[in-house]
Write a protein that binds this ligand. Structure first.
Ligand code: MN
Length: 243
């Protein structure tokens, strides 16, 4: 582990676990990433170097400023799409962890006019509204990746006060109050998308109400039921849960 992170060793262990859990659950593959706001400096975030999440270890975690620059100028190649993370931390002081994924199940909702809605209780943390961001609206033809701060800022504006934003033809980004919360959203969002799609084949379907979401959101990120899920995912992935 990098010596400067020694005092937040447990947070680094959990961030590594989140990488491996998201890979094991099929939420990220060769691509996708997860970050936390730096507990030692709210104007920085911690993210792996450019590496598939399945392979991330403590040695691969580096700090970045919110504009996406590595704090350690000698750090290895970063993710091209790291700007997603800094722009959200910059705009949302309530957010302490971010996941970006290309999960197949959500993709139909990024390219159609049918909104993704919370339809299962386990996905309630995704929030009532899930906006869709189209990079082409502001930036014309691109490679669809968020590769600079302007694009990251535009995505963060699109996210607004929501928890999840879909990205047209690309994937989703989820923002959470805590690492465990955002991992939970990232795991249940694709399941929710799949169930909504199945249900829509049956006809009209019901989604969770704003009131139901508010009631469910009263669970603290470190409540026993959250910790239970975290321990389960970590055990399945064979990683140290850090708790
Ligand atoms: Mn991407």
């Amino acid at each position: 582990m990098n010596i400067k992170f020694e005092s937040i060793k447990n947070e680094i262990v959990k961030l590594v676990a989140a990488n491996r859990v998201l890979a094991n659950e099929g939420i990220v593959d060769a691509y996708g990433h997860v970050s936390i706001r730096n507990p030692l400096n709210k104007n920085e975030y911690l993210l792996s170097r450019s590496l598939s999440p399945e392979l991330v270890t403590e040695e691969d975690i580096f700090a970045f400023s919110l504009d996406g620059n590595p704090i350690d100028k000698n750090s290895p190649t970063p993710y091209l799409e790291r700007f997603i993370h800094g722009s959200i931390y910059k705009r949302r002081t309530d957010i302490n962890a971010v996941v970006h994924s290309h999960a197949d199940e959500v993709l139909p909702f990024t390219i159609s006019e049918t909104p993704l809605k919370p339809v299962i209780h386990t996905a309630s943390d995704m929030g009532h509204e899930v906006p869709v961001w189209d990079i082409r609206d502001q930036f014309g033809d691109t490679n669809l990746l968020v590769t600079n701060e302007d694009q990251g800022d535009d995505l963060a504006v699109g996210l607004g006060d929501n928890k999840v934003i879909l990205m047209r033809g690309h994937g989703f980004t989820a923002a959470g109050r805590s690492l465990i919360e955002v991992v939970k959203v990232a795991i249940y969002l694709p399941k929710n998308a799949q169930i909504q799609l199945h249900a829509s084949n049956l006809g009209k379907f019901k989604s969770l109400s704003k009131g139901e979401i508010t009631i469910r959101s009263r669970v603290e990120p470190n409540a026993p039921q959250m910790v239970r899920a975290w321990e389960y995912w970590c055990a399945k992935a064979g990683v140290n849960p850090g708790i």
